[in-house]
Design a binder for this molecule. Structure first.
Ligand SMILES: *Cc1c(COP(=O)(O)O)cnc(C)c1O
Length: 379
């Protein structure tokens, strides 16, 4: 079987360094908030050009901490794409706030900035005070942040970027992590920069957002350990995970280059097939971290059948995401922008993600392409 994501190939390269890093933690014994956590935050700050970095327990907790830092209150609204992972929307109701679902573009999988006004007006007409926009860099490509930031500025909103998948990407040469007020990412093992458990981080240049999030991630801690300024959480990253991430961060830039080369190879070989597949093609202002390589199938192809044929040839595939967030039971009563979710609904039916990782060989890509061709002919 071709691995969908090959964490073993990566581990083989750096296993001795990770073993050494874990050994150091076992020796000093500071399993919670040990020196590796600060070291990682410092290195991530340099990597992203973001002044403040707070590592935490997961990408979902990073989003939640960011919203606490932004002082989101119950009843207030946040515009969020309906085509995303659950975390993007679930953190608003956890704070008593309201997700307002917006459509995405049909080629980038990210918020359609042209539809922001409709989403904003939909909420306002319902009496909801909109406070912010959550952009999501789905599959690795950052959202089109200039028009999103401009709409936000004109309407007194903040922007929180869910970069769980797009960490490592760039927009107009600037790093994800530094494209808006605050960014959250995930170090879940399968993400472009992943650890060997759960982890996440937030990035901001705003000292107040950082301070509230930092306090909130240790029970709302005040000046001293057992003095509390606010209601908080236990959302710390484990020192061992920080130690692992320090080694993974060393090879991250070269892995991003390898991912780009894999995406180029996919484009070359899939485009050669002359099938009616839409391939991801990035405008020059975007650099993707290629968390996923996601193609768009035509309506006349049976996706389930195609997946079955590929699986029979040892090629795993995945559908991210088969059901728009607003259609799931817990989200059914939240507002959907009045301009609808045309692209979201279309893509939920037609997307297919192929194996993607830095160590995917061109031979494997040729094999995958050939079998997609065969499966199309027999579909
Ligand atoms: C993975 C993911 C998250 C959540 O990250 P966890 O670390 O699993 O909590 C949030 N948003 C998106 C878009 C994701 O893909």
């Amino acid at each position: 079987m071709i691995p969908f994501i090959d964490l073993k190939a990566q581990q083989k390269l750096i296993r001795h360094k990770i073993d050494e890093r874990i050994k150091i933690v076992l020796d000093h014994g500071q399993y919670i908030l040990g020196p590796e956590v600060k070291e990682l935050e410092r290195k991530l700050s340099i990597y992203t050009d973001s002044e403040f970095v707070l590592c935490c327990s997961s990408g979902t907790d990073a989003l939640l901490l960011a919203l606490l830092g932004l002082k989101l209150k119950p009843g207030e609204g946040v515009i969020v794409p309906a085509f995303s992972f659950a975390s993007s929307a679930e953190v608003m109701p956890l704070l008593g706030a309201i997700p307002i679902f917006i459509d995405i573009e049909d080629d980038t999988f990210n918020i359609d900035p042209g539809k922001l006004a409709d989403a904003f007006n939909t909420a306002t007409e319902m009496g909801i005070i909109v406070k912010g926009i959550m952009s999501v860099g789905l599959f690795g490509q950052p959202a089109d942040m200039d028009p999103i930031n401009e709409f936000a500025k004109n309407n007194n909103l903040w922007v929180l970027d869910d970069a769980a998948q797009s960490f490592g990407g760039k927009y107009h040469g600037n790093n994800v992590g530094n494209l808006c007020e605050v960014t959250a990412t995930s170090f879940f093992p399968a993400k472009p920069l992943g650890c060997y458990g759960d982890g996440g981080a937030i990035f901001t240049n705003d000292p107040e957002i950082y301070e509230i999030a930092n306090s909130s991630h240790v029970h709302g801690m005040g000046k001293s350990r057992y003095e509390y300024d606010r209601i908080g959480m236990n959302a710390r990253i484990s020192t061992i995970q920080a130690a692992i991430l320090l080694e993974k961060l060393e090879i991250f830039p070269s892995e991003l280059n390898k991912r780009q080369a894999v995406a180029n190879n996919y484009y070359k070989h899939l485009n050669d097939l002359n099938l009616e597949i839409k391939l991801p093609l990035l405008k020059s202002k975007f650099i993707s971290s290629w968390a996923q390589y996601t193609i768009i199938l035509p309506d006349n192809i049976n996706r389930n059948k195609l997946q079955e044929s590929l699986k029979f040839k040892d090629i795993p595939t995945a559908v991210y995401y088969p059901i728009p967030l607003n259609e799931h039971k817990p989200y059914k009563n939240y507002p959907v922008s009045k301009s609808g979710l045309i692209n979201t609904n279309y893509l939920a039916r037609n997307v297919l993600s192929l194996p993607m990782h830095p160590y995917l060989s061109e031979d494997d890509i040729i094999y995958i392409s050939k079998n997609i061709y065969e499966a199309f002919k027999n579909n």
